[in-house]
Design a protein around this ligand. Sequence first.
Ligand SMILES: *Cc1c(COP(=O)(O)O)cnc(C)c1O
Length: 454
Amino acid sequence: MNNNLIAGKTKEEWMELFPIMTRIISTKEVFWKSNSYLPFEKAMKEITLKEEDVREAEERLKRFAPYIAKVFPETKELDGIIESPLIRINNMQASLGKIFNQSIDGDLLLKCDNMLPVSGSIKARGGIYEVLKYAEDLLIENNMLSLEDDYSKIESQAFKDFFSTYTVIVGSTGNLGLSIGIISAKLGFNVTVHMSSEAKTWKKKMLQDIGVTVVEHEADYGKAVESGREQEKLDEKSYFVDDENSIDLFLGYAVAAYRMKKQLEELSIVIDEDNPLFVYLPCGVGGGPGGVAFGLKLIFKDHVHCFFAEPTHSPCMLIGLLTGEHDNISVQDFGIDNITIADGLAVGRPSGFVGKILNNLISGCYTVSDNHLYSLLSVIKDSEGISLEPSASAGIYGPGLLMQAENGRKYLEKQGLVNKMNNAIHVAWATGGSMVPKEIMDEDYKNGKKLIKD
Ligand SMILES: *Cc1c(COP(=O)(O)O)cnc(C)c1O
């Protein structure tokens, strides 16, 4: 019987082939450096997506900016561009040094997507972008809009009536549902969000309050996505946002890199051969962190080093990249339960599309225990006054591990970076937080405080 085979091999064979698998399966924290990492130009030869594709997404978001500024007044200050601050977090850097008993060389910054307007998480990038693109395509097809128009006219009732005959569908662990739900409802679409079991009650409630149909599933994220895909087949005038395979989502996320380049310049930070950039990205299915990493590689090429962060109980991108099996395998195949406090990262099977694009561009992955996610959340609150959701604190752990873990040090040696670390720029991507109700945030904070004391 072949029932126990995982992509053609037994668990024991996988462990023999990749010794780090033993630690991954026992849900211990790991730092993995990729053996497939290649110089940028070489890696790009295998990739069909190009810089022009990201530029096109950026232009589309600019076209929609007058509309966004009008319907989401909180974006007025940035003229309808949905963007978050990039800030130095020196106190957190010192605290992280204490946690790891290891100095964190260079400068630590936080990319505050926890403060992104409209939906308070990184999903406000890709999710909103994809719905806007769908809306634009529909309007152009129906001769209701041309690219030169002032898009703020889309706010009028005639457009809402038009969109109300279409349905947008998505499967989500919570935050993507929020982002797709909010923008789709604003435009006037019908929206159905299929929520997986870990989705928080307040996220479902918030959507129901704005008229979104929420379908609750007992099963995990993969099943919720599957149900969305099925629903799309039943209705010709429906559109399914496919978190596992969507190029549009990916490109929407990638635009972040151009925005961050400008922010680094404003902070007078130079990235070059002697001043390396390290970016730590919390990863669920992979679209968000993958898109951002792709954009950053297009800009900074070999001078940026991107690492994905996952919960110890949901290391799906790690096992996908490590084994080269991508979406062919899941954490459940290895007996890992995919149960974590980090709801935004609770994904058991990675996007194959993203894993294959990033295969030669990503420097590595690491995992973080739920207890450490809680304690980081309370430490950054105390040291910087910043409130994050548990998923978002995974990125902050990275600089400590890179400096301390054996594989981290090996990576720095292999890339010739050891002597450049005093000039290093570390950017932890804080992927969400501002939508979390205060009571829940306080509870998470207290949990973290307690764990530090124990
Ligand atoms: C969705 C999400 C991520 C990861 O994005 P993926 O595209 O699923 O990899 C990280 N953090 C938060 C808070 C999220 O909601």
